[in-house]
Design a protein around this ligand. Sequence first.
Ligand SMILES: Cc1cc2nc3c(=O)[nH]c(=O)nc-3n(C[C@H](O)[C@H](O)[C@H](O)COP(=O)(O)O)c2cc1C
Ligand SMILES: Nc1ncnc2c1ncn2[C@@H]1O[C@H](COP(=O)(O)OP(=O)(O)OP(=O)(O)O)[C@@H](O)[C@H]1O
Length: 341
Amino acid sequence: MGSADAGELARSLAWGVVVPRGVPVDGGVLHGCPGSPCVAAIGAFDGMHAGHRQLLDRARRDAASRGLPLVAVTFDPDPSGILGPEPQPALLSRDDRLRMLWSTGVDGILVLDFTAAVASLDYRRFMDGLAATLGLASVHVGEGFRLGAGGEGTVARLAAWGAGAGVDVFGHRLLALDGSPVSATRIRRDVAAGDVQEARRLLTRYHFSHGTVVHGRGEGTSFGFPTANVVCPAGSVAPASGVFGGYVVVDGLAWPAAVNAGLPPTFADGGEGASGPLLECALVGFSGDLYGAAVEVMLTEELRASRRFGDVGDLRSVVLGNIEQVRRRLGEAPVRLEGPR
Ligand SMILES: Cc1cc2nc3c(=O)[nH]c(=O)nc-3n(C[C@H](O)[C@H](O)[C@H](O)COP(=O)(O)O)c2cc1C
Ligand SMILES: Nc1ncnc2c1ncn2[C@@H]1O[C@H](COP(=O)(O)OP(=O)(O)OP(=O)(O)O)[C@@H](O)[C@H]1O
């Protein structure tokens, strides 16, 4: 576990990136004033992973060669909640997704309200509406992408629609690593299983979770390691279990931390399940009251599996050992992140 530099931590959070205020347009909100005509890239973009970045790069090159602005077209809420039995847990909140999209240098972001009515639109009507709103010159999606009622708007059908509408449609080959496509679904699984390093590879940044510090059982301090019990929003992605090294960001300072994900197995029978993922964080070098604070937690390396201890004294010495491991590897001084939040 090497200490992360301020640049990588800030980039992982899109720290300091400000998305222009949106103006309502037909069916959604447009951020930025890109002008018309334009080039568009369409998708949910949860995670803004390496595949999404590659797609946006291709679209940006096309836009540059045409001398046109690039607009990312995305949806809110995530279509999975309308199209599937229940919403997929999210790697990024809506605002983080927009900040991260904006940080890639797009000229505009159109956030379409994804309602049941939009989901049931025929793909040709959807595309006609998009073309009328944005003045499309070309559209970029990944191969296998579908939109419109029943997912009938495949890349081939979108291209046929485009041929009639004067819009070039590109269905790009998906970026694959180790033989399978990089996807938000794959990264959600990696994070949930605690493989935060694999998630970092596919995201090209650290995954992080927002959360609020709540009161725990209050025993950590007597064990010699006060912990900030961070509850993340229901429906956000975090490891189900495990002990990690990483950072907790408080007021623009990223503090090294040793973190237990999930209910502690030693005390789990006494604990109520939290509303969202729970991250118990022992911040290194920090002293102060964090109750009620909104923080971000970034896990950089798994240290060990979380386990049940028969003896609280053993738990205490193992946890103190983990905290010492983090102190040695990440130091005890916070990393300052520059810019507004
Ligand atoms: C780095 C770290 C590792 C931990 N590992 C375990 C573990 O393996 N098993 C376990 O039951 N609890 C583990 N815990 C959770 C502690 O049991 C818990 O933080 C402590 O009981 C204090 O809880 P409280 O803040 O609710 O009072 C760990 C906590 C930290 C910070
Ligand atoms: N690996 C990839 N390489 C290139 N483009 C991709 C890749 N994955 C997705 N895309 C494209 O990026 C856009 C946004 O992706 P989207 O969020 O819909 O897919 P995803 O990451 O595969 O998510 P999920 O796993 O939840 O389906 C879409 O046009 C999609 O086809």
